[in-house]
Write a protein that binds this ligand. Structure first.
Ligand code: PAN
Ligand code: ZN
Length: 191
């Protein structure tokens, strides 16, 4: 028997702003939410004592049906840095090891950083139009290295789950920092 949740749903999306409607939930992430992810702890402290800084926002629509689910998540990373390190998402690996994801960059510029946490690393340069498949078992983090908003669309199963602890403890093999006005990927130990 078809239930109400089993019918198609569309939302209206504005790629420039990253806003879509209707939207079920919006979350904000500030420097205080990812303070352990940044490598300049003095810069983190001075931002926090000045009253925090918005790094990114995520807007969600969970399409749940009686058979399965598919989540839509749109992330808006505001331009900015913490010390020399560019604004980025917290980064996570999916709890379930059979869960991939699609990211579609629609606005801004930066990188998608991918790390297996067992020695393999990739940095995909991002500009509007780039779609990246994140295979299962790769931690993922987006970085905004531009002067404007970076917007990307994500699609994944809610069942994937988000493990932030592994990334928090180990970090990614490389981080994106500004060097002479340009983005550069360096090893965190060289910060
Ligand atoms: C995305 C991310 C979103 C925010 O929807 O959750 O971009 O990044 P963090 O979750 O690392 O804070 C996704 O990858 N979902 O699986
Ligand atoms: Zn994910």
């Amino acid at each position: 028997m078809r239930q109400e949740i089993d019918y198609p749903i569309s939302v209206m999306f504005d790629a420039k702003s990253g806003i879509f409607n209707p939207c079920k939930k919006t979350e904000e992430r500030k420097v205080s939410d990812l303070k352990m992810m940044f490598h300049d702890q003095q810069a983190v402290q001075s931002i926090l004592s000045a009253g925090d800084q918005l790094v990114y926002e995520i807007r969600y629509y969970p399409f749940v049906t009686s058979k399965s689910d598919m989540a839509l998540g749109v992330t808006r990373i505001f331009p900015g840095k913490v010390g020399r390190e560019y604004h980025m998402t917290k980064g996570h690996i999916h709890q379930r090891d059979d869960q991939p994801e699609i990211y579609y960059c629609v606005q801004g510029s930066g990188y998608l950083l991918l790390d297996t946490l067992d020695g393999e690393f990739r940095a995909e340069p991002w500009q509007p139009g780039v779609i990246t498949h994140i295979p299962p078992m790769w931690a993922h983090r987006a970085v905004n290295t531009g002067n404007d908003l970076l917007v990307f669309v994500a699609s994944y199963h809610l069942a994937a789950g988000h493990d932030y602890e592994k990334v928090k403890q180990q970090g990614f093999a490389k981080i994106a920092v500004e060097n002479n006005g340009k983005p550069e990927l360096i090893s965190p130990k060289d910060y």
